[in-house]
Design a protein around this ligand. Structure first.
Ligand SMILES: O=C(O)[C@H](O)[C@@H](O)[C@H](O)[C@H](O)COP(=O)(O)O
Length: 234
């Protein structure tokens, strides 16, 4: 049976992982600033990245040259506890990192379909490709908003998707969402899949085995950029 290779880095605990991931992302940002004068970072929402955000926010980087955005957003205002933008403002854009420019994906339109053009225009000004992309993964094998069963999944994971962003609706996603498409994510200088716990490790192992991308959409990332750097702790 064919398997997709990954580069698995294991840490003792969340704090150690967060420290190593923050150092790795900071290095990618500094490298790009040294080369091009500016750099962009796309991060995930959810529960896993909080410790990493807090560690990265204090990193010695010229944050005034960094643009931060989200790999995906739930279509809710920042007053919602489900808002990834609110999470990033609260945990990452603090201290030294408060000097970064934040480019949110949600700007108040009623639906992600309605807000797509405005979000696409905002992200068009980001330094490209991303210096760093940090992805998470759900227990259902989604990453970013590449959800099993989403109508727009095929378009979102198309390696030659012409759009930067796409609207997503899926039962498993809860609210409607917006996500960067596969080519915008996998073209990053540095890409890390950041996961914690035995359940996600087991999902990752299944994702590395052969099988349809639609069942475990994280396969789209693993296969497009093998071997993907995975940072994991139990
Ligand atoms: O908005 C989101 O939900 C995400 O960006 C998503 O892709 C996330 O990374 C995974 O769902 C993992 O989430 P947890 O870290 O909460 O398990």
């Amino acid at each position: 049976m064919s398997t997709t290779p990954i580069a698995l880095n294991t840490y003792d605990d969340s704090a150690g992982l967060a420290r190593a991931l923050a150092a790795h992302v900071a290095e990618a940002l500094r490298g790009r600033i040294a080369r091009d004068g500016s750099a962009s970072l796309a991060v995930s929402g959810g529960r896993t990245p909080v410790a990493f955000f807090e560690m990265l926010s204090g990193a010695p980087i010229d944050w005034s040259r960094v643009a931060v955005t989200l790999v995906d957003e739930r279509w809710v205002p920042e007053t919602s506890e489900r808002s990834n933008a609110a999470l990033v403002r609260r945990h990452l854009l603090q201290g030294p990192a408060s000097a970064a420019r934040f480019v949110p994906l949600y700007a108040g339109a009623a639906t992600p379909e309605d807000g797509l053009a405005a979000a696409t225009a905002s992200v068009a000004a980001l330094p490209a490709p991303f210096a760093a992309v940090v992805l998470g993964m759900g227990d259902d094998g989604h990453t970013a908003s590449f959800f099993p069963g989403a109508e727009t999944l095929a378009a979102a994971i198309d390696p030659s998707a012409p759009e930067a962003l796409i609207a997503v609706r899926a039962d498993a996603a809860g609210e409607p969402r917006i996500t960067f498409t596969l080519p915008r994510l996998v073209s990053a200088d540095t890409l890390v899949l950041h996961i914690e716990g035995m359940t996600k490790r087991a999902v990752l192992e299944r994702a590395c085995a052969s099988g349809p991308v639609e069942d475990l959409p994280v396969r789209a990332i693993l296969r497009a950029r093998a071997p993907v750097d995975v940072m994991w702790c139990p």
